[in-house]
Design a protein around this ligand. Sequence first.
Ligand code: ATP
Ligand code: MG
Length: 417
Amino acid sequence: VADIEAEIISVGTELLLGQIVDTDAPAMAQTLAECGIVCRQRVTVGDNHERLVALLRAALKRCQVVITIGGLGPTQDDLTREAVAEAMDDSLETVPEVVESLKEFFASRGVKWTESNAKQAQKPTCATHIPNPNGTAPGILCNKQGKIVVCMPGPPGEFLPMLEHSVGPMLAQIGTGQVIFSKSLRVTGMGESAMEAKILDLLASTNPTIAPYAKVSEVHLRLTARAATKFDALKLIEPVEVAVRKRLGSAVYGCDDETLESVVIGMLTSRGLTVSTAESMTGGGLGKRLTSVGGASAVYVGGIVAYSSQLKTAILGVNKDVLQKHGPVSAEVAQHMAENAKELFKADYAISITGNAGPTSDTDGKPIGRVFVGISGPTTRVHEVNLRGTREDIRNRAEYLALRWLREDLLNLNPNG
Ligand code: ATP
Ligand code: MG
């Protein structure tokens, strides 16, 4: 069976200008893959009728399925409906029932009806509407001479539910029946080339394929299989995943949507342990990461942002002489911050971060990027690193490393920990 091919057209001058980021198209691309439909091309076009029509015509020549995102609203610059009708050599008709339901929608929200909104009740004659429970503009499904055009609203709050509940299942039906399914293994503490060296022979696998993606502080290893069903695809992935995990050991910390923070919170929860934070340079960023995980309250008791030396002494009880002698960016201060926070907040673990994130000057002779992270549990470990990048890079990386080192301690990897 020949592959069914699709093209995604994102419509909007805002996208072209870089004022908003296209998050819809990747979600659509993923759905296409899951449906066994090959995505041949993804393009972005401004709110321009002629160019959109030309693009649609070209896409329809190449592919059986064309998907547009955006430009379905009631305003002047929403041109998708008209362009699709023209590209399909069709005309628009108004569906009176949709006008009525739009009027009800407006009335129910106490918004005054303006006639321009009736535009949203139009569709090419070859098309049907796709319900949009989260907004005014319904989606459009055109089916003419073996070609399918799906028009979806741009706002993600409308797009994503429509994808999940209506368009996704419909695409699965037109797909070849083959499913493309991926699983990502998340690897930390091992660079891309070191990782590759360990699994070089496995990379030759074709079903599933294995592809490494270098991220900011970690590497993701994506295993992608093709099979008749998702279940069969998973069965193909499983033995390869086992082999990869065996090679990489505990460097694999999770998969798919798991994050280092969610994994650490999970480990603490299952061990019945609590953690607190004492942050300087990161200004609460570590606390923010921990609290971003649902269920964090079971393990994260809280912490303090002790930015000034005064506060480090007054609240965390860091010894003044130690501060003076070693400076706030030092292993000694990191150690005291962690140990004292653990006592003060009555937690099983405390993490401290102190460092110089730049961008301008040295802090008491400590170069930009010098960071100390203290992890105090049954014993205390202090890590020293020199990080590079912008102020934000350094702060982010420090938070990330703190989580990595806490995980290591929890795994009991460190012989001294
Ligand atoms: P509306 O009825 O709100 O006008 P629409 O279907 O006409 O919706 P657009 O006018 O193209 O969509 O975009 C409306 C808003 O939706 C944009 O300002 C943006 O916030 C969001 N949006 C549009 N396209 C995308 C996209 N591809 N990815 C993420 N957000 C998008
Ligand atoms: Mg619009």
